[in-house]
Design a protein around this ligand. Structure first.
Ligand SMILES: Nc1ncnc2c1ncn2[C@@H]1O[C@H](COP(=O)(O)OP(=O)(O)OP(=O)(O)O)[C@@H](O)[C@H]1O
Ligand SMILES: [Mg+2]
Length: 138
């Protein structure tokens, strides 16, 4: 499904709506460039899941964990090299029943499970984003 959002809040709402469809262990792979709205979407996901804590970009930490009824692990793979993916705990989180939201999934394509949720962001202009959500293979 493809959506058009016109404001940050609309992208957050879309994330919250997807949260209702997620099950423990699901991976949400996010694709799209700088400022595309990935972190905004994850903020909505966390709200929709009932997680607590303020969602911000894990650009330096690489992963932030948000506790909740179904806990969320939020990754940013912008700086990842394939050899240090293991050290982020990514593979461990796949086993723990967390929901994983992964920014810059372009950088870990081989490590994404199939199927997983794939969310692609296109930056149309300052306020508009085209967002495609699908569940499937590569
Ligand atoms: N429709 C929209 N959806 C999402 N964000 C929007 C929208 N319109 C404007 N914005 C703004 O665009 C920016 C999106 O930032 P965000 O951190 O979510 O992007 P990102 O994809 O996570 O970037 P990065 O790759 O740097 O992590 C924010 O400043 C947000 O307010
Ligand atoms: Mg981000």
């Amino acid at each position: 499904m493809t959506y058009l959002t016109h404001a940050t809040e609309e992208t957050e709402h879309l994330g919250a709506a997807l949260a209702k469809q997620l099950r423990a262990g699901d991976v949400v792979a996010l694709f799209g460039g700088l400022g595309a709205g990935k972190t905004a979407f994850v903020r909505g996901l966390a709200a929709g899941l009932g997680c607590w804590g303020d969602v911000c970009s894990p650009t330096y930490a690489l992963v932030h964990e948000y506790p909740g009824p179904v806990p969320l692990a939020h990754f940013d793979m912008y700086r990842i090299g394939s050899e240090d993916l293991e050290s982020t705990g990514y593979y461990d989180y796949l086993e723990t029943g967390h929901i994983l939201a992964v920014e810059w999934s372009e950088h870990i394509l081989e490590a994404l499970p199939n199927p997983c949720w794939r969310v692609r962001f296109a930056l149309l202009d300052e306020e508009r984003r085209e967002i495609t959500i699908e569940r499937g293979g590569p």
